[in-house]
Design a protein around this ligand. Structure first.
Ligand code: KG4
Ligand code: ZN
Length: 333
């Protein structure tokens, strides 16, 4: 089996994945949401200190399996440098102690493989990655060949939910809370403009929408519960409408058979509904990760690692380095 470690942001997670059939044998994740909530976002130094406490705690539970471990996989890019270091240092120490090779896993590829936990891969597949750090539309041919079709010019989709949430006084991460409030709100009450509506460019942008919401909040004399829900619903409608407009544009002249959505924000049911309708119109199959594997976790890293293991993509102690950004990872068209 492969032991995988994830510490790219504020989730400490370790998994054990069987190499022969990708079965997930152990998976544990400890989130730091409560610790960061008071700051309205992730504090990197605090996240790193918490990983140093929680990762060894989870690792202890995997000790009975140590003799069966054939490789150590770890997220080494992209992410917060101080938190990536925690996982990578632990991985290197384990690799030395157990005498097994190392695999460095790209976090975004990990998200793509969240679609294939305990199942076979299905490539080629087009994938929308919506997380706190990324908003990307990808054409995935294989583990190594990923084409970037569109990306964000500024804030990411999940980040815009977190920032709007902060303006509304909601705790971090605000994505799921905004979605809940939106269910009770009138999505048509506030007529925010859909970003890049008139633009021919295949790109995403969320900073303008965030500012529209800020001005709307400032214009309210009193932010009662119903108005808060109406703002959440109107914002969510426009944020998703923007994604959908650009996705439809991307596939106007491009065929698509399989479409996947991954990343923390892919748990959003309103977004899932819109993507279902889009896939039905294109006669494409929509692939979704299980809810528990949408946000950051080591199970997806382990699944991607099985693929890397089979291809012999091992990396030496010296060569395994962290890389906070990996924009160059995916070739543009
Ligand atoms: O993938 P992830 O766990 O971490 C990163 O790699 O960034 O994604 C976390 C992001 C946060 O911005 C969070 O607010 C957002 O995903 N998110 C959501 C929902 N659940 C999580 N955004 C919108 N609706 C949701 N239901
Ligand atoms: Zn992530």
């Amino acid at each position: 089996m492969i032991l995988s470690i994830e510490s790219s942001c504020d989730d400490s997670s370790i998994a054990l994945t069987r190499i022969s059939d990708s079965k997930l044998l152990f998976h544990k994740k400890i989130s730091q949401d409560a610790e960061h909530a008071v700051y309205g976002g992730v504090v990197p130094e605090l996240a790193a200190r918490l990983h140093a406490v929680t990762l060894p705690k989870i690792l202890e539970e995997t000790q009975p399996y140590f003799s069966q471990i054939k490789a150590i996989a770890v997220t080494h890019e992209p992410g917060l440098s101080v938190t990536l270091v925690e996982g990578v240092t632990m991985a290197k120490a384990l690799s030395i102690a157990l005498g097994v090779p190392l695999l460095g896993i790209n976090h975004l590829k990990g998200h793509i493989y969240s679609l294939f936990i305990e199942t076979q891969t299905h490539f080629p597949m087009d994938v929308l990655l919506v997380s706190g750090g990324h908003t990307q539309l990808l054409h995935v041919k294989s583990l190594e060949h990923i084409e970037l079709l569109a990306t964000t010019m500024d804030d990411s989709f999940g980040e815009s939910f977190d920032k709007v949430g902060k303006m509304l006084g909601l705790p971090y991460p605000a994505g799921p809370i905004i979605e809940q409030h939106a269910k009770k709100g009138d999505a048509k009450r506030f007529d925010f403009t859909i970003p890049l509506r008139g633009s021919r460019e295949l790109a995403f942008s969320y900073s303008g929408l965030k500012n529209q919401v800020r001005l709307c909040i400032e214009a309210q004399e009193f932010l009662d519960e119903q108005t808060l829900c109406d703002i959440c619903a109107s914002f969510q409608r426009v944020a998703v409408a923007h994604l959908m407009q650009k996705i439809k544009k991307a596939y106007k002249e491009r065929s698509v058979e399989r479409f996947g959505v991954v990343g923390g924000a892919s748990a959003n049911l309103y977004l899932r509904g819109e993507l279902e309708a889009f896939c039905a119109s294109k006669k494409a199959t929509l692939h979704l990760a299980k809810m528990e594997f949408c946000s950051d976790n080591a199970a997806m890293i382990g699944r991607c690692a099985v693929e890397c293991f089979e291809k012999g993509h091992f990396v030496s102690l010296e060569a395994l380095k962290i890389s906070p950004s990996s924009k160059e990872m995916f070739a543009t068209q």
